[in-house]
Design a protein around this ligand. Structure first.
Ligand code: GLU
Length: 553
C-alpha cells in the first residue's frame, strides 16, 4: 500500500530534515521581556515606495523602542515581477533614511543566524515543512488544469457561491494517496495545496494591534503553497519565515488584512504560535476632492527617490511620516521642539485608521523647520553632497568659495527664530544665486522690477546719492540710519507711523527706499536680511551693482 510517506518521499526525495530539525536550527530568540522582533519584507519589484518606507520606519521604531530586533527579508518569490538590482537599491535607500537593520539581507552580504534572508534561497526550508505537511495530511498535490479551475469558477459564480478552491470544489483534495502518487510519478504537472479544515460559515476572533479584536470569516480555501516553479506563495512563505525567524510582531500594509484568517489557519494547522499583527494604513492622496492611494504611475511622491532628488533632508520625510503615523507626535513636536525621533515613544494604539493623507504642505513645513535648525556647517555640507549628485549650478556655486557659501547660509540662522527659506536643498540655488556675479548679470539682462509709482529718474538719483551713504563697516543700526538720511533727501518718509497716517505728501516710505536697494542688490523684492547680504557682497560689489543698474535704467 502506498502511504503518505511514500508520496512525500516521491515529491521531496532530497529532503532529509523535518520540522523539528528546523526548530532546533532556529532557536527561539533570547530577548528581554517585551522586546519586539519586527521585519521589513520588501519584494524587489522596483523603487522603494513611500508607503514601504513608512512601514519600514514603524517596524524599525517598534523594535528599537523595545530593544528588540529589526531585520530585512527579501521576498523574491514572484519572479515575474522582479526587477534586477532593485534589492540592493532598496537597502541603500533605507540606509539613506538612516533605517539600519540589525539583521538580515544587506545587499551584498547578510547578518544573523536566522537566514538565508532571501526567500528564493530558502527553498529547502519550505520543502521540508511541506514534506511534513503531506505526511500529516495538511497538504496535497493538486493536478487541476487551467480549464478545470475556470470551470469551477463559472459554476461558483452561477450558483452565487464564494469562488476559490475549497470544500467540495477542492477536486483533488480527496484523491487517494495511490492515485496522487501515480500521477506525480507519471510526470503530471501539479502544485501543492494546503488542506484547510476551516469553514467559511464560521467566524473567528483575531486581534490586530491597531484595530483591536476583530471577528473575521474563517478560512477554508485550500490555497496553493508551492507553485509549479518550485517556489512558495507569499502566504505560505511568510508563515514559515516569520515562524523560523522568530518574528513576534508582523507590521505590514492593510491590504493583507483580508488574508489574516488564512495566515492564522496556516499557523494553527502547523502548530506554530502566530505572531502579533499590525496592519498599517495605506498612504492616500487627495485628488480632485477624492482620496485615493498614492499611485506608482501617477504620483512622484510615491517613490522615495522623488524626495531624495528634490533634496529633502531624509530625516524630514521621516519626521513628517511619523506625524501621519501617530497624531500625538505633532503635539509632542509643538511642546518639546525636539525633532529627534528617538525621543518620541511611538504607539500602535495611536495609529490613525482612516487612511493616512499625504500633505505636501505639511511636509514642507517640517522640512523647513528641520533645515532651519541645522548649523551652517551641517546644511552647507549636506547640501553640497546633494548638489554633487543633483544640481550642477549649486555645486559650481559652492565650489567657487565654500566658506562664503556657509556665510550665505548663515544669514539669520543660529538664533532663536531662524529664517525658514528652504524646505529642500533644491530651493537653495534660486534664492541665493544673485550672489554670483555671472548670475546677477543674467538677472539684470532680464530687467529688474521696481515699484512703478516711483519714477525711474528718482530711482536713479536716489541710487547715485546712496553710493555716498553705504557704510558697511558700521553696525546694522547705524547703516540703517544712513539709508534714512539719504532717503529723506528724496522725500521718502522715514517715520512709518506718520506715513501710515497720511502718505500723500511723500514719494514713498523708508521701506520703499530699502526695496530699491534690495532689488538692485538681489533682483528680488523679498530676501533675507539686506544688511547681511550687503556685508557679504562687500562695498565694492555693491557700488558696482548700483552703477550697473543706473546704466541699465
Ligand atoms: N512582500 C510583501 C509585500 O511587499 C510583504 C508583506 C509583509 O510585510 O508581510 O507586500
Amino acid at each position: 500500500m502506498i502511504t503518505k510517506i511514500d508520496l512525500a518521499n516521491l515529491i521531496f526525495p532530497e529532503i532529509t530534515e523535518n520540522i523539528e530539525d528546523l526548530e532546533n536550527k532556529y532557536p527561539v530568540r533570547n530577548l528581554k521581556e517585551g522586546a519586539y522582533v519586527t521585519r521589513f519584507a520588501p519584494s524587489p519589484t522596483g523603487f522603494l515606495h513611500t508607503g514601504s518606507l513608512f512601514t519600514a520606519m514603524i517596524a524599525n521604531k517598534i523594535a528599537k523602542d523595545s530593544e528588540g530586533i529589526f531585520y530585512l527579508r527579501l521576498e523574491d518569490t514572484d519572479t515575474k515581477r522582479e526587477i534586477e538590482g532593485s534589492a540592493n537599491t532598496l537597502v541603500k535607500q533605507l540606509h539613506e533614511f538612516n533605517i539600519d537593520i540589525d539583521e538580515g539581507f544587506m545587499g551584498d552580504s547578510f547578518k544573523g543566524i536566522y537566514g538565508p534572508y532571501v526567500q528564493s534561497e530558502r527553498k529547502n526550508l519550505y520543502r521540508t515543512v511541506i514534506k511534513q505537511m503531506i505526511i500529516d495530511d495538511l497538504a496535497y498535490p493538486c493536478f487541476a488544469s487551467e480549464e478545470e479551475l475556470n470551470k469551477l469558477r463559472e459554476e461558483q459564480t452561477e450558483r452565487k457561491e464564494i469562488t476559490g478552491y475549497y470544500g467540495k470544489y477542492a477536486i483533488y483534495r480527496n484523491l487517494s494517496t495511490e492515485e496522487a502518487y501515480n500521477r506525480v510519478k507519471n510526470g503530471d504537472p501539479y502544485v501543492i495545496r494546503f488542506k484547510s479544515k476551516g469553514n467559511h460559515e464560521n467566524k473567528i476572533k483575531a486581534k490586530d494591534e491597531i484595530r483591536g479584536e476583530l471577528l473575521l470569516t474563517e478560512n477554508d480555501q485550500d490555497i496553493v503553497i508551492l507553485k509549479s516553479d518550485g517556489l512558495p506563495t507569499y502566504h505560505f512563505a511568510h508563515v514559515c519565515d516569520d515562524h523560523f525567524m522568530r518574528t513576534n510582531l508582523v507590521t505590514r500594509g492593510e491590504e493583507w488584512l483580508p488574508s489574516l484568517p488564512l495566515h492564522l489557519d496556516l499557523f494553527r494547522s502547523l502548530g506554530f504560535k502566530a505572531p502579533k499583527y499590525a496592519h498599517l494604513p495605506v498612504i492616500m492622496k487627495m485628488d480632485e476632492g477624492k482620496r485615493r492611494k498614492l499611485s506608482k504611475r501617477k504620483d512622484g511622491e510615491a517613490s522615495v527617490d522623488y524626495f531624495l532628488e528634490k533634496g529633502y533632508e531624509p530625516y524630514s520625510l521621516l519626521v513628517y511620516l511619523m506625524t501621519i503615523a501617530n497624531s500625538n507626535y505633532e503635539d509632542f513636536l509643538v511642546s518639546q521642539k525636539d525633532y529627534d525621533l528617538n525621543h518620541f515613544k511611538f504607539s500602535l494604539k495611536k495609529m490613525s485608521l482612516d487612511g493616512a493623507l499625504f500633505d505636501n504642505e505639511k511636509l514642507n513645513f517640517y522640512a523647513k523647520e528641520i533645515l532651519s535648525k541645522m548649523k551652517k556647517e551641517e546644511i552647507a555640507q549636506k547640501s553640497y553632497e546633494w548638489a554633487k549628485k543633483y544640481d550642477q549650478n549649486l555645486k559650481n556655486f559652492i565650489e567657487k568659495d565654500y566658506s562664503r557659501y556657509e556665510t550665505i547660509l548663515n544669514i539669520e540662522r543660529e538664533k532663536k527664530n531662524p529664517r525658514k527659506d528652504y524646505a529642500k536643498y533644491s530651493d537653495i540655488y534660486e534664492i541665493i544665486k544673485f550672489f554670483d556675479n555671472e548670475e546677477y548679470n543674467k538677472l539684470l539682462a532680464n530687467g529688474f522690477i521696481f515699484n512703478e509709482t516711483i519714477s525711474k529718474d528718482v530711482i536713479k538719483s536716489f541710487l547715485n546719492e546712496y553710493k555716498n551713504y553705504l557704510y558697511l563697516e558700521e553696525d546694522e543700526n547705524a547703516w540703517y540710519q544712513h539709508i534714512k538720511e539719504c532717503a529723506s533727501k528724496f522725500n521718502f518718509c522715514t517715520d512709518m507711523k506718520a506715513y501710515k497716517a497720511d502718505p500723500t505728501p511723500y514719494i514713498g516710505s523708508i521701506n520703499d527706499a530699502c526695496e530699491i536697494i534690495r532689488v538692485v542688490m538681489t533682483a528680488r523684492k523679498v530676501t533675507p536680511n539686506l544688511f547681511a547680504i550687503l556685508s557679504i557682497l562687500g562695498k565694492e560689489e555693491a557700488l558696482h551693482r548700483i552703477d550697473l543698474v543706473i546704466n541699465a535704467l
